[in-house]
Design a protein around this ligand. Structure first.
Ligand SMILES: [Fe+2]
Ligand SMILES: [Fe+2]
Length: 278
């Protein structure tokens, strides 16, 4: 199954980013924090796959890489617009993006290319299991703003569609061995610690910068969202650990049935695009 680059625009409005999540501002700022990582993070993913591209001989995988790069570039563009709206609403987004960028630029200069690819496939796994949860439990992104819902669902669907591409590049350039298993699994451990550290710190920073809410407003909902039975952390734990199985492949989690939703989503995005033009 080949992923497809889709040039969709969701045309978020300034209202879209204002306390947009049905479960309150703490949850909204958790997703806003994720949005801050995407443009720079996805550029890093693209770069780490490109570094190995010429060593990939399978023409199908070459086509998948082209689509992967195209999809991540489109995600970056839409999340940049999202982040710009947050900046216009008074959040110190560009400073926060700058810190993520500095870390990733450091990684690009100092880490061996294989470690960069290992970080990429680990974070793609993380993204894929978040996407799977979002598609399984649509209330994860419940909002009165249909553009926001559509943007997150589109991103989740395309992350699902291309979830194995970077992983397959890793497999194509590194044959199975204990050393490569260690590189891959340590990548997940390190990437998870850094990613969760940033996600938590950025969620708090956004809450503290939000002058329209108190620091603890909606905290009960947020803790339930994160830690309750059936919540984010407990749902993510099993699929996260699966990555550490020696023969793991992203399509071991076969959730391709969700991809049937893409056509509906394209129609919806086109409507948003036209609405603004009208
Ligand atoms: Fe993406
Ligand atoms: Fe991705």
């Amino acid at each position: 199954m080949l992923p497809t680059r889709r040039d969709l625009r969701f045309k978020l409005t300034p209202e879209s980013v204002r306390n947009w999540h049905a479960q309150g501002p703490q949850v909204a700022h958790f997703f806003n924090a994720l949005s801050i990582f995407f443009p720079t993070g996805e550029r890093f993913f693209i770069n780490s796959v490109r570094q190995y591209r010429e060593r990939v001989t399978d023409p199908e995988l070459q086509k998948a890489i082209t689509a992967f790069i195209g999809q991540e570039a489109m995600h970056g563009r839409e999340h940049e617009e999202y982040n710009d709206l947050l900046a216009q609403a008074g959040f110190p987004i560009h400073r926060m993006e700058g810190r993520v960028n500095a870390l990733l630029e450091w990684g690009k200069k100092k880490l061996p290319a294989i470690s960069q690819l290992s970080a990429t496939i680990a974070l793609e796994h993380f993204t894929a299991i978040m996407a799977d949860r979002l598609l399984r439990k649509p209330d994860m992104i419940a909002s009165a703003d249909p553009r926001m819902v559509a943007l997150w669902r589109w991103h989740a669907l395309e992350e699902t569609e291309h979830k194995a591409v970077a992983f397959d590049v890793y497999r194509a350039v590194r044959k199975p061995s204990l050393k490569n298993y260690i590189t891959r699994s340590s990548g997940l451990l390190i990437a998870t610690v850094i990613f969760l550290g940033f996600a938590h710190a950025y969620q708090r920073e956004l809450v503290n910068a939000d002058k329209t809410i108190g620091k603890w407003d909606g905290m009960g909902n947020y803790l339930r969202f994160m830690f309750a039975k059936g919540g984010f952390v407990r749902d993510m734990a099993g699929p996260w650990f699966d990555y550490l199985k020696p023969g793991f492949h992203p399509w071991d989690h076969d959730n391709r049935h969700f991809l049937a939703e893409i056509d509906t989503l394209i129609a919806e995005a086109k409507r948003f695009d036209m609405q603004e033009a009208a």
